[in-house]
Design a protein around this ligand. Structure first.
Ligand code: AMP
Ligand code: ZN
Length: 463
């Protein structure tokens, strides 16, 4: 099977064909920095990380842009009319976001453009739309996108204009629009904004949220690029409107593949900052969870299914991560360093076939854990494994780690500890518990703890 992704705009899985052989261009909607990002946001960011890691594994070069939404209604509201406070607030939460990205082992984007650094580009785009009669200035000096001028509006959601009129999905909080469905490109200043505003041909104000992503994606990726991602709540109105604006300015297709991850829920509700039902990454760190465990909980569900998050899942993930790490330790320990050839296990192909099929992570991980079970049984029963097979196993674990980021590499014990563990296993098998205990003590003095699990010995650093 060749690589295929579910494309939101066509509602089906499609073979992935990049625009250029040289580089795959991806735009992902970044965080709104008025608060700490929560684990729901990170479900989307981890899905995007998996997508990127897999494309890299498949041999593509990836250029990734993630914007930082540092101006919108929420950031302005929290800054209470004060531009200095506004800048302090958005810098603080941008920096926290970067720390969380690093902690979670998310491969950083190539660039993180901030909306407030691109006001000029947004103004230019709005001016172009106005020149073409697609945007209009309202009585209150805001600028709106005239939906009736875009006959194909509703490309992503399949909503047409008459359906839109009959839904309550359009927030009609602006009174001076020609039509309630029109959405704002530029919002005029209001006394609630205090000294947070930018000058424009239409007077003081600030950009609408959707134009931010149109301007920044086109600036950094061009008028037509490969993949645009976000969570499902971004589909409407954000991406629908972003697409309408971009196509109206460029007359190009804009994006080939739209990919959206489903929501992370907490007790049946969408995790969200506005509802206050969320865990941040620092909440999870303070509960003692590791990045690998959090990654495991999120990535073991398919990105297009809803996932209910719980603290118990993180605890369960702990044993899965330990099994992976201890098998890696075991194989490294018995591998003969003079490697000539290795053979990947037969499960590898099934693992790749699952990921090629729209990143089917539950299936890929089921295959992987089946392999872990069988290899541990072999090792426990002293079945002969040749060096090629051992290295094939190490290589498979490295591949899984490249794609999922599950291995706890800093927990790899030095060779001496591995050799002692092997020696201790021999004593244990012959029932010489005293000798086994003496070695356990030696290992402890070297700073490591050896635990006997059902998969075999597990080596952990002494805390
Ligand atoms: P925001 O900071 O609200 O702009 O959101 C940043 C990203 O997180 C967007 O791509 C959202 O679609 C996504 N997102 C927000 N809440 C959730 C959730 N509960 N589950 C998954 N993704 C989410
Ligand atoms: Zn966006």
């Amino acid at each position: 099977m060749s690589l295929q992704f579910y494309n939101t705009i066509t509602h089906r899985k499609e073979k992935f064909n990049p625009i250029s052989d040289e580089i795959v261009k991806i735009y992902t909607c970044g965080p709104t920095v008025y608060n700490s990002a929560h684990i729901g946001n990170f479900r989307t960011f981890l899905f995007e990380d998996l997508l990127k890691r897999y494309l890299i594994y498949k041999g593509y070069n990836v250029y990734h842009v993630m914007n930082i939404t540092d101006v919108d209604d929420k950031t302005i509201k929290r800054a209470k009319k004060d531009k200095k406070l506004f800048e302090k607030l958005t810098s603080k939460y941008s920096a926290l976001f970067m720390k969380d990205i690093e902690f979670l082992k998310i491969i950083p984007a190539d660039i993180y453009p901030r909306a407030t650094d691109h006001i000029e580009e947004m103004i230019q785009m709005i001016a172009n739309l106005e020149k073409d009669g697609i945007a209009y200035l309202s009585k209150d000096n805001s600028v709106y996108f005239r939906l009736s001028k875009d006959k194909d509006y509703g490309r992503l959601t399949n909503l047409n204009l008459s359906e839109l009129k009959s839904t309550d999905r359009v927030i009609n909080d602006e009174y001076s629009k020609d039509n309630p469905q029109d959405f704002s490109l530029w919002k005029s200043w209001d006394s609630e904004d205090g000294d947070i505003f930018w000058d424009s041909p239409w007077g003081r104000g600030r950009p609408g949220w959707h134009i931010e992503c149109s301007a920044m994606s086109i600036k950094y990726l061009g008028e037509h690029f490969d993949i645009h991602c976000g969570g499902v709540d971004n589909i409407f109105p954000h991406h629908e409107n972003e697409l309408a604006q971009s196509i109206s300015v460029t007359n190009k297709q804009f994006v080939n593949y739209w990919m959206h991850s489903e929501h992370l829920q907490l007790k049946g509700d969408k995790m969200s900052k506005t509802q206050g039902n969320f865990y941040t990454i620092s909440d999870l760190i303070s509960k003692g969870f590791l990045a690998e465990e959090i990654r495991f909980v999120i990535l073991s569900a398919h990105y297009r299914t809803k996932l209910t998050f719980s603290i118990e899942q993180c605890s369960e993930a702990r044993s899965a991560i330990q099994r992976i790490t201890s098998l890696y330790n075991r194989l490294i320990n018995i591998a003969n360093r003079n490697l000539s050839k290795f053979k990947l296990p037969s499960e590898y192909q099934d693992f790749i076939t699952a990921l090629d099929n729209d990143l089917d992570t539950p299936k890929a991980l089921a295959v992987f854990f089946k392999w872990i079970r069988s290899i541990n049984t072999k090792l426990n029963n002293d079945h002969d494994m040749n060096n090629g097979e051992i290295y094939g196993g190490i290589e498979f674990l490295n591949i899984v780690d490249n794609v999922f980021g599950f291995l706890i590499k800093e927990n790899f014990a030095p060779q001496e500890v591995h050799s002692l563990t092997v020696e201790r296993e021999k004593y244990r098998r012959t029932g010489d518990w005293e000798a086994a205990d003496q070695i356990r003590h030696k290992i402890y003095e070297l700073g490591w703890i050896v635990e006997d699990g059902s998969d075999g010995p597990n080596i952990k650093p002494k805390k």
